[in-house]
Each structure stands twice: as C-alpha cells, then as structure tokens.
Design a protein around this ligand. Sequence first.
Ligand code: GDP
Length: 457
Amino acid sequence: MPDSLPCIVLTGRPNVGKSTLFNRLIRSNRAITHDRPGITRDRMEGVVRRAGLPVFGIMDTGGVTLDAHAAVTEGPDGIRGFEQDILRQTETALGRAQGAALVVDGREGLHPLDEHLAAYLRRAGLPVLCVVNKVDGMELEDELTAEFHSLGFPLVAASAEHGHNISLLAEELVAMLPENRQAAPEAPALRLAMLGRPNAGKSSLINALAGEERMIVSEVAGTTRDSVDVRFTLDGLDYVFVDTAGVRKRTKITDCVEKYSVNSALKSSSKADLTLLVLDAAEGVGQQDKRLMDMLDTRKSPFLVLINKCDLAPRQSLTRLRQNVRDMLVFCEHVPVMPVSALTRRDIGKILPMAKKIYDECQVRVSTGRLNRAMEEVLARHQPPVVKRTRARFYYLTQAETAPPTFVFFVSDAERVPENYVRYLERALRKLFAIQHAPMRIRLRSSHQKKTRARTS
Ligand code: GDP
C-alpha cells in the first residue's frame, strides 16, 4: 500500500464479519472469508478504489476481545492463546491509520465486547465509524441499528455478505478521513411550509414575517402556479418558506382554481423542517384542517397552528375556537396554538422564535448515561402497571434518532406496556429533556435477555 494513501483499520470482536467486509470493500478475495484465526495470517491490507483510482488503504485485523478494563479476555476457539497478539497487531494498525471502522453484528445485537472495544477506540483518538454488519436490507436498518447508537459513533448499516450499502459505506469512510472533512457548513436556512385554506391569510402572514418586498420576488409573471420559495433573513437567521404556490398576492384570490388538498399540503410540509398551519379566526376550523393535523401528527412532522385574523373574532369566540383546536389535538398536546393577526401584527414576533425552538428541540440528542438515569427515575416515580399478572421490566433506554427525537425502551415484554403508560413515559421524558413542542417517538422493543444491556456510568 502506498505510504501517501490515507488508511482505515477494520476492527471488531470475533465473528462479526470483518474479513467478508474487507473483501467487499477491496472487491477481491484476498482475505480468508472466515473471521476466525486472526493471527495465523498476516495482517491483510488492501486498497479501496473509486473509478479505478486508489482512494484509501484498508487494514483488516483479528477479532479483539477486551474486558471492561481494556485487558484482553479469552476469545473463542479459533483465536484462543492469540488474544494478546491480536490486540498488539490492532494497536500497531491504529497507530498507522487515520480512521477506524468498528464492525458490529446487527443480528446479534450489542455485545459487551463491542462496548469495551468502542471505549478502547475512543481513547485512540481517531475518527470512528460504526458499521452494523449483517443487516440484509433497508427495511431492517432502523430496528437492527437502534441499540448501537449508545456507542456514540456515527452508524452505517451494511451487509458484507449480500453487498447491501457497501458503496455507501465506502463513501462514509472516505468522508471520515481528516483530509476530507469539510469545515462545518454555514447554518442552513430553516425551511418552513405555510399551509391553510385559501384566504386564511397565508400570504399576509408571509408578508408580515418576511417583509412586503420579499413577496414581490415570487410574483414574477408566470410563477404564480409554480412552487416558489421565499427566502429572508431575520436577526441573523435564514428562513425559507417553501412551495408557496398557493400563497399569492391578494388581488389574485378571486382565482378559485386554488384547491386545498391535504395531499399537496403534505407534500409541501415534507419539504420543510417545520409546518405552520394557518386557520382563519372568522371561519373556524374545518374537516380538512383536522385531517391535516391528524396526518402531521401521524407522520411526526413538527408543526404549529396559527389562528390568524384574531382581530376579527370577539374574545369569547376566539377562546372557543382555541379550545376546539386543542380538542382536535388531544393526542398532541405539545403542538402550540397561537392566535395572531397579520393585519394588526399581534404576536407576529412570536412566530419565528417558536418555529426555531421547535426545530432546535427536534435536534436534541441525549447521552446514553443520562437516558438510563432518566429511565430509572421515571420508573421509580410511577412504576409500570401489572398486566396479566406480570409487570413489564424495563432494561435499557436508547435514542435511535433525532428529528424527531426517537427513544427506544428495551423491555421484557412490550405487549404488557399499556398505551397510557407509554404516554406517561413520553410526558416524563419531555419534561426531563426540555422537549416541549417538538414531536417525539417512543418505541418499545421486547428483548428477552438482559445480557446486552450497556452499563454506562
Ligand atoms: P391566503 O390565500 O391564505 O394567502 O390569504 P391572504 O393572505 O391573501 O389573505 C386573505 C384575505 O384576508 C385578504 O383580504 C387579507 O387582507 C385578509 N387578512 C389576512 N390576514 C388578516 C388578519 O390578520 N386580519 C384581518 N382582518 N384580515 C386579514
């Protein structure tokens, strides 16, 4: 391997499929395709190419078996007696490398040896990508990678045997190398979708928020039917209203071609980070609005509800309308409902800060240590109910995703955790992690063994 080429080490406990992965990456059969005797062969080195050109070097190593104190423990048959040599070999490889891939077995789940090796790699100070191997298809990715998030490395799911995600993996490895790391990109604009029935006041609100002159940009002849993005900057932050096709200048409202279809609304909202649903205080809330709120909730899209034209509604009817909307949102209490007026500018200044807050809450990531302390606390305060004579046991809590924050509880039997207890868990986590207005997902996964539980201190 040329010295000038950056180099990545494949590491992992025995039998996770490192050699098969190594072969896949270098597209040859140079390594032995069993992950067994790590020491009887030389360290395998190869070159990963793109379009025929070498991109990075890769070193395969034997299966590492470390205990919680980073001392070698006895490995399986094939490597017994060689554990110390394998560790030394891995150490040498890490010393020469610019990055490491920690290969784990998605089918077997998180193993204490993975955690010990992860801790060891963290101390090595190299960038690390965790490769969840043996994930044979996209549909399995979420489920099989969930518990590995606790290792704290970026993850890629792949199948060395079936070739799933191999080129993605190669790309991620390249991107991890220090020389390819780009400076953090400038903060991207917050993308907003403004939805609501025609005449609810969407254009007026965009004008009120972005300034009149911005809408004129989107009023170039011929663009009224196309999807138009309205960009503006406020207090140093960039915003974009996406897909403002239905949002036009007041004079054009007589055009009744404009429809309010839930489908196209959802399409716009999927292009955005956040959706603003506009209601008209004078018209109340309709079935379409309700359907849209239900769909946004089901999809866990972050959104907020604006009751516009509140200058037209007497206080009592505004209170009633607000209550109606709240009733429709009974299972998503977190969604803010804000009375505003584009005309008088009442509370217009609160809209974007709230949007930004929801967006920030969507990005929250909680460390595994904190999650599991939180879990103990939440269970102690209000223990799970007895269902069919047993109480579900809760083993472990991990965060699988952000945007929206997705928390996975590993429990003895998910069937024994009733819906209202899940809602309690959600409310409790929201309070502890200050996730007030963003959507959140709570998942339960039955896990019969406690053995894979990651103990973090
Ligand atoms: P869009 O179809 O949702 O984009 O609605 P427009 O922004 O074009 O507004 C429809 C009509 O409602 C226009 O005549 C606006 O002047 C009026 N309007 C918009 N916002 C307000 C408001 O806060 N108060 C009152 N009284 N009228 C409003």
